[in-house]
Ligand binder design. Structure first.
Ligand code: KG4
Ligand code: ZN
Length: 347
């Protein structure tokens, strides 16, 4: 081993990761897929709150404004130079096309200017890989529930970078249901954290909302019926002139979502015989969901994994973790890498 090779081995594989698929401009520096040297997230939430949801055009413009600064800060906080990086990893889908294009173009420009290899990462693969960061012992195979604003997937992680989706939502994603119900009960945007918080003061058994099953596929989800049931309940209260107890509605709705997510996941655990189960995505930061899964996995006698809340919602550290394993498998992207808004997982 010569001097240069020895130095490279000591520094490990350093990845600069970039994420811009929705309303977070994020960059991180990761060593060997599991060690986070920096994790910078510029959240645009306040900017979109007045509109009650993410406005793609506004998000794109803000990403352009912030990306340079966010990447610079990630490198500085990690105490690294761009030229020290072994890989540049970037989310190329799924997500909003404009926001995705900012990250992809920026990463391609950095790669072109420096000659550092480029690896495009699937956003959902990133969410799943967030589990590797704090659980150093976690290795595939395992099952993972990914519940975010755009997705509710039950995924079999067969190996690094090898996925099979065994369940998905037929209509709204879990996070989307949280956001819509929060708006309906007057909590505003973003709904998930607000429902999580107010539910602590409410009674989850106050109102019985339906737990939908998809007849043909026991691992699929459907949340639109639940959302309609909440809206009907609110209309009924209004017509009868009854005061709505926001906390009770929030807690009862949350209980219904959590019940369905846990029940379908544990059915898959039993059927497939998984011994390790993980959760991921923005909704995975929900305190009641985490408690319910801890309990359910204990009952099943299997290991449970969840990322800290900061690694559940969109961030670039998770993209670095996924990018590392793709890189190790030999994945390299060219300068023709494009944003793919409806990129599928495991196909
Ligand atoms: O993973 P994420 O940051 O972005 C997407 O890839 O979609 O997920 C955002 C979603 C939003 O719908 C948000 O309301 C939801 O995750 N969320 C939560 C919580 N924190 C964020 N849902 C329930 N409880 C939470 N604590
Ligand atoms: Zn996400």
């Amino acid at each position: 081993m010569n001097m240069l090779e020895k130095m490279n081995e000591e520094k490990g594989v350093l990845i600069l990761a970039i994420e811009s698929s929705c309303d977070e401009t994020a960059a991180a520096v990761i060593r060997d897929g599991r060690e986070v040297l920096s994790n910078i997230i510029y959240s645009q939430i306040e900017l979109h709150t007045v509109y009650g949801g993410v406005v793609p055009e506004i998000a794109s413009r803000k990403h352009i404004e912030k990306i340079n600064q966010v990447v610079q800060t990630a490198l500085e906080q990690a105490g690294q130079k761009l030229t020290d990086m072994s890989v540049i990893a970037v989310t190329y889908g799924p997500g909003l096309v404009g926001p995705l294009l900012i990250g992809v173009s920026f990463a391609k420009a950095l790669s072109f200017a420096t000659g550092i290899p480029l690896v495009g990462v699937h956003h959902i693969e990133g969410h799943i890989s967030a589990n590797y960061i704090e659980h150093k012992e976690l290795e595939p195979p395992f099952a993972c529930l990914v519940a975010s604003g755009g997705h509710s997937h039950l995924v079999v992680v067969k190996d690094y970078g090898e996925y099979e989706v065994i369940g998905r939502t037929r209509d709204d994603a879990a996070g989307e249901a949280f956001d819509k119900v929060a708006r309906a009960i007057g909590l505003g945007y973003p709904g998930g954290p607000k429902i999580d918080k107010i539910s602590k003061e409410g009674n989850p058994d106050a109102i019985h909302f339906p737990r939908a099953k998809v007849v043909e596929s026991m691992y699929d989800f459907s949340f639109s019926g639940l959302k309609s049931a909440v809206l009907n309940y609110l209309n009924g209260c209004q017509m009868k002139g009854e005061k709505v107890n926001q906390a009770d509605v929030a807690a009862s709705f949350q209980r219904a979502v959590v019940d369905v997510l846990v029940e379908h996941s544990m059915a898959a655990v039993r059927e497939y015989g998984f011994t390790k189960f993980a959760i991921a995505g923005g909704v995975a930061s929900n305190s009641s969901l985490r408690e319910a899964f801890v309990e359910a996995c204990k009952k099943e006698g299997i290991e449970f994994y969840d990322p800290s809340p900061v690694f559940c919602t969109d961030n670039a550290a998770m993209i670095g973790a996924a990018g590392y394993y793709e890189y190790q498998k030999g994945v390299r992207h060219g300068y023709d890498l494009n944003a793919v808004p409806n990129l599928k997982l495991g196909e």
